[in-house]
Write a protein that binds this ligand. Structure first.
Ligand code: GLN
Length: 486
């Protein structure tokens, strides 16, 4: 049987389009790899929902056009983070409150994947409502890292990152509010792209913090991730923040030269406390870019240290408002209680986990009448300062920035119990969400047998340059596979 992971997504689509492999075979191959992974000594707990028969039937229904007008993802298996609405399969957001909830509509991104010929193979595990950096905050148990099952895959899109790292699929959707695609991509040794805010419709992405939320894409390679992004990007009238702008063709971006590009290394992202081994891997990527003809310059983003505090005011504020809809009346589980007030209380107390509750309390506090000016308004001002740091550099002719994606490789399950310490694992990623610029993580080798990622950020809507830089790094380091995928 063909191993799905042996073909890039584009190759597989070509093989399916020319009928050398059937979509059904491709789907079966993904499930075979998933079963192999599940049969391993440690259950990685990647999927929360799947229905093999439903996936196979949808693969069998794939209509191939005999005129050779190939569908870009014909028969390509794709996994979807479980906070992105799908028909038929539940959308739980990793929350007890939404256990068993099936959406009556599907996300635009999922509809576009299916229209492009993809087969949805399942819904992946996540930190509850996307709140976390390790997938340990899922109500349905943590996902484990395919490189080392005693470690976390990162989060919150840990299940999608692990699905790609375990060789089950080449493309998976995740979501990002502060790094939830890039951080798990780095921890799992795969590629993760967060596009420009507004580039991909959020319709059907369950809201956490709407001004920061994005749908992002994991790929086994830069080209896989770029192809997935190509299919889901573009204006959607169903999302008021979706931008009505032509999506360029990114198919040549992975082979575009970085010669003549000016790439900045922001000193705030290479602090003296950074693990020297992580720094070494990222500097090796910088050397590869220099060898490929890019100009490397040292730059500064002076407001960087304010990013985490700013994010942890704005994100909980928006979350406290967005999550007020889970009242036991409209969605999911309802607790039996006497009276309406008690029913609300019991539903939320039983349905929502500790981290989500902490965020709702914090968000309600910073938005309350007496504290709004001191916290929320202040955070919005600082957000503008952080954005201005980037604008200044881009206006000065800096085309892109390169940084580590995370300060450390994947940590052990249970090792980070202090919430603030957990928040710090997003220290290098939250800025791109606050500013809305595209950002990606690309593997740059390993430290102690664990993958490490470099992050690339570019101007708004300049995904093309980001993909070109990511591919140049990928060519220097090669694509590596986790032990379970090889
Ligand atoms: N870890 C961050 C948080 O908990 C980011 C999560 C995300 O991007 N969804 O908010």
């Amino acid at each position: 049987m063909t191993r799905v992971s042996d073909h890039s997504a584009a190759e597989l689509a070509r093989l399916v389009s020319t009928k050398q492999i059937s979509a059904r075979e491709a789907c079966d191959a993904a499930f075979a790899q998933r079963d192999l992974v599940r049969a391993g000594p440690e259950h990685l707990n990647i999927f929360l929902g799947h229905d093999c028969d439903w996936s196979r039937e949808s693969a069998e229904r794939l209509q191939l056009n005999d005129s050779g007008d190939a569908l870009p993802l014909a028969g390509v298996p794709v996994a979807i983070k479980d906070n992105i609405a799908t028909l038929h399969l539940p959308t739980t957001c990793g929350s007890r409150l939404l256990d068993g909830y099936v959406s009556p509509f599907e996300a635009t991104a999922v509809a576009r994947l299916r229209r492009a010929g993809a087969t949805i193979i399942g819904k992946t595990n996540l930190d509850e409502f996307g709140m976390g950096s390790s997938t340990e905050h899922s109500a349905f148990g943590a996902t484990r890292n395919p490189w080392d099952p005693s470690r976390v895959p990162g989060g919150s899109s840990g299940g999608s990152a692990a699905a790609v790292a375990a060789g089950i699929c080449r493309i998976a959707l995740g979501s990002e509010t502060g790094g939830s695609v890039r951080q798990p991509a780095a921890f799992c040794g795969v590629v993760g792209i967060k596009p420009t805010y507004g580039r991909v419709s959020r319709y059907g992405l369950v809201a956490y913090a709407s001004s920061l939320d994005h749908i992002g894409v994991f790929g086994a390679s830069v080209a896989d991730a770029a192809l997935g992004l190509q299919v889901i990007a573009g204006h959607d009238a169903l999302d008021a923040t979706s931008v009505n702008q032509q999506v360029p063709d990114w198919s040549d971006a992975p082979v575009t030269s970085v010669k003549g590009m000016t790439i900045g290394c922001p000193l705030e992202y290479f602090p003296a406390t950074l693990d020297p081994a992580v720094r070494g891997r990222v500097m090796a990527a910088v050397d590869a870019l220099r060898d490929a003809g890019a100009h490397i310059v040292d730059v500064s983003l002076p407001h960087t240290e304010l990013a985490i505090p700013t994010y942890y005011i704005i994100a909980p504020a928006e979350a406290s408002s967005n999550l007020s809809r889970y009242d036991g009346v409209r969605y999911g589980q309802r607790a039996a209680a006497d009276g309406l007030g008690a029913m609300y209380e019991q539903t939320r107390a039983r349905g929502l986990g500790a981290e989500v509750t902490r965020r709702i309390l914090l968000g309600t506090f910073v938005l309350s009448a007496g504290y709004y000016d001191a916290y929320y308004r202040q955070a919005m001002r600082v957000r503008a300062l952080i954005a201005n740091d980037f604008t200044q550099l881009f206006n000065r002719g800096i085309d892109a920035l390169i940084t580590p994606t995370t300060p450390t490789p994947a940590f052990l399950l249970g090792a980070v119990s202090d919430p603030y310490a957990m928040y710090l694992s997003d220290i290098f990623t939250v800025t791109a969400n606050l500013v809305g610029i595209p950002a990606m993580s690309v593997p740059v080798g390993q430290v102690g047998g664990l993958p490490v990622g470099a992050q690339i950020m570019t101007r708004h809507f300049d995904e093309a340059r980001m993909i070109a830089i990511g591919s140049t790094i990928e060519r220097a380091f090669g694509v590596t596979r986790s032990p379970v995928a090889s």
